[in-house]
Design a protein around this ligand. Structure first.
Ligand code: CTP
Ligand code: MG
Length: 227
């Protein structure tokens, strides 16, 4: 079976508030998109890449794609639409493994990538990188008063990549769209079918670059990983 990688990169980076989408901001003189694709390529050079990009993207440079086998698809209004466009455009077989990884997570390591691929291949309901919640969790009222403490036992942060067999992931996202559900990751859509993806404990430094301070954080993490 083949391995496919879907990289949703059609976001606008509104919370970052930069003059261009955050995937085109630079760390060590390379775009975040370049770093992310290079990390994926180092782990899976034979994989087929599907890159979701906005139609109005003025910054993408195809020279940044290291993969010999890749295609570009149009992004959707939401992340899930971008991923579904990729699934509908790619000529995959039902049993192929598909791993979805946010372009905004450039710090993912080869060990975590390989562990997730292994789990996604073995587990029929797929798998996702995740980490147990460390902080005490509060439930807030609308006026931001702390009204309850949510027990953190059994609570995890969902990261990417998330990997599933092609047929399952496509069924799950089409089901979500048909039912008007907006899901922020693939595992949520799979759970809505009553399936139970495996949580694979991943590194805490696999951060998603989201807010302005995260650029310096990701830069420091990447420097620490090279050393
Ligand atoms: N994404 C996408 N298509 C969209 C929205 C998001 O492909 N319509 C991608 C982003 O490019 C990113 C990932 O989904 O790789 C996670 O989304 P997020 O971190 O929310 O990125 P943005 O949507 O760009 O940021 P913001 O929500 O702050 O605008
Ligand atoms: Mg977003």
């Amino acid at each position: 079976d083949s391995l496919w990688l879907i990289v949703p990169a059609a976001g606008q980076g509104k919370r970052m508030g930069a003059d261009k989408p955050k995937q085109y901001l630079e760390i060590a003189e390379q775009s975040i998109l370049t770093h992310t694709l290079q990390r994926l390529y180092a782990a899976f050079p034979q994989a087929q890449l599907v890159l979701c990009l906005d139609n109005d993207d003025q910054w993408f440079n195809p020279a940044w794609v290291p993969f010999p086998h890749w295609q570009r698809v149009t992004g959707g209004v939401e992340r899930m639409g971008s991923v579904l466009n990729a699934l509908q455009a790619m000529p995959a077989q039902a049993a192929d493994v598909v791993m979805v990884h946010d372009v905004a997570r450039p710090c993912v390591t080869p060990e975590d990538l390989r562990a997730l691929y292994q789990a996604a291949s073995e587990h029929p309901d797929g798998a996702l990188l995740a980490m147990p919640v460390a902080d005490t969790m509060k439930r807030a009222s609308v006026d931001q008063l702390s009204v309850a403490t949510v027990p953190r036992d059994g609570l995890w942060h969902a990261l990417t990549p998330q990997g599933f067999r092609y047929a399952l992931l496509r069924e799950a996202l089409e089901y979500a769209v048909d039912n008007g559900c907006i899901v922020t990751d693939e595992a949520s859509a799979v759970e809505a079918l009553g399936r139970t993806p495996l949580l694979v404990s991943g590194r805490r430094d696999n951060v998603k670059v989201t807010h302005p301070g995260d650029l310096a954080l990701a830069s420091a993490i990447m420097a620490s990983q090279v050393a």
